[in-house]
Design a protein around this ligand. Structure first.
Ligand SMILES: [Fe+2]
Ligand SMILES: [Fe+2]
Length: 152
């Protein structure tokens, strides 16, 4: 069994830190699963655009928007605060990633009217550009997580 520090303040801090680590690990697992789901929806959306299936493209777009909203919420509400609690020196990078979320959601919303155009090409091109932006965001996130885990 692990020895608890004799100072109650230190013991409380250790418990809080263990709680943050637990939340971070849990969130990391959920985030991995969400990334997988997002890629699936994205593939479905790509197929719907390629075959000109407007209704399916609309459905996939709505699903994608909800899924990405839930994903950003998990990161903003649980994952980033837990990371910040363990690594306050990363505040700037975490704030920047949180700001990206707002920009990306706004960009995704501007795509909705393109789904109503007679051809889906412009929507397809704009969605591909969005995917490139989001994958850069994910790379920055992953780089931060691996930097932090490497240091641990
Ligand atoms: Fe993110
Ligand atoms: Fe993410």
């Amino acid at each position: 069994m692990q020895k608890r520090p004799s100072c109650p303040m230190l013991a409380a801090m250790e418990i809080a830190e263990a709680g943050l680590r637990y939340r971070m690990r849990r969130a990391l697992r959920q985030i991995g699963e969400q990334h997988r789901q997002l890629r699936e929806i994205h593939d479905g959306l790509g197929a719907a655009i390629a075959s000109g299936e407007r209704r399916e493209a609309r459905d996939a777009y709505v699903r994608y928007r909800h899924a990405i909203g839930a994903h950003f919420e998990l990161e903003d509400q649980v994952f980033f605060p837990a990371l910040h609690g363990l690594h306050p020196e990363e505040q700037e990078s975490l704030d920047a990633l949180g700001r990206d979320h707002g920009v990306l959601i706004a960009a995704l919303q501007t795509l909705a009217p393109l789904l109503e155009e007679s051809a889906l090409e412009r929507f397809g091109a704009a969605f591909d550009a969005f995917r490139r932006d989001i994958s850069q965001h994910e790379q920055r996130e992953e780089a931060l997580v691996s930097r932090i885990t490497d240091e641990a």
